[in-house]
Design a binder for this molecule. Structure first.
Ligand SMILES: CC(=O)NCC[C@H](N)C(=O)O
Length: 130
């Protein structure tokens, strides 16, 4: 059994901030917990645009608060996102994530991330065995 608290985790190294200041993410469950997935609470700050391309991970993102949109680059489609929506990058979709109102997201990654990942130049996180 594991119990963790978001506010407590935000006071620790579990809180990771994007180098460009666009988002932060509190990694509540990680590869070291051996569950086969990781679970994060992410804030995407209002007025930001982030290029993301998880080539080595599958991610599901549930919006709890805020407002924004995802633009999938392969087809130029815009997907408005509001509380209650979930989007799933089942095709390792390259996309732009924009927040018009700071978004609070619950994110699940498989394979799990190790904890310190931030986006590389190409929008990806390093694969688990890197
Ligand atoms: C939605 C998304 O991928 N945002 C970037 C941060 C990521 N959720 C993470 O938790 O590392």
């Amino acid at each position: 059994m594991i119990v963790r608290n978001l506010e407590e985790a935000r006071q620790s190294e579990r809180l990771v901030k994007a180098e460009n200041g666009n988002w932060d993410s509190t990694r509540l469950l990680l590869a070291s917990d051996n569950g086969g997935f990781s679970f994060h609470i992410t804030r995407i700050y209002e007025g930001t645009e982030t290029h993301i391309h998880y080539k080595h991970h599958y991610e599901a993102v549930f919006c709890m608060e805020g407002e924004g949109e995802v633009e999938t680059l392969a087809d130029g489609k815009i997907w408005p996102i509001k509380p209650g929506d979930i989007y799933i990058l089942d095709q390792h979709d390259e996309h732009l994530l924009r927040a018009s109102k700071t978004m609070h997201l619950a994110c699940v990654f498989t394979p799990p991330i190790t904890g310190t990942e931030v986006h590389r130049e190409d929008g990806s996180y390093a694969p688990a065995d890197d």
